[in-house]
Ligand binder design. Sequence first.
Ligand code: ZN
Length: 188
Amino acid sequence: MNTERVAHLIRELLTEFGEDPNRQGLLKTPERVAKAYEFLTGGYHQDLKAVINEAVFDSEANNMIVARDIEIYSLCEHHMLPFFGRCHIGYIANKKVLGVSKLARIADYYARRLQIQERLTSQIAREIMHVVDAEGVGVVMECRHLCMMMRGVEKQNSIMSTSSVLGSFHNDPATRMEFMELIGRTMP
Ligand code: ZN
């Protein structure tokens, strides 16, 4: 990303708002916003292989592995406003497991770009399925969307839930139920 060019565009935007980009409080704002966007959209420029960094380990276990309450911060692609919340990931290993921090890194990799929550949820699920060749994967995400809270319908307390279930999590109701119980949800 060309941060200098983005800063220039933000400066133009400030003028469109009716602001004076030369007033003291705003002087460094274009650069700050450009750097913030560089971070928040960093997923576009990251190498997923480097993110996972060979943290895939052999394992004989085939029990369910669950990581709850992974914090998610992303930007909605319709308004470029944040949505944020929690993600719960479960999978059943099939000879390979993933280092536990890598689940969160994969979530960030897909969150740090313009997204819709539904796609983010399924991209995380498909990536884990692919990386460890899992028997099954389940991802549940619950987020608040600032574009709904600050504008539009102004629903301050609504939380949007999305889920993606693959493999045995999709085909076997008992597996899916075990996952939902482990993340503290009852079946809808
Ligand atoms: Zn939106």
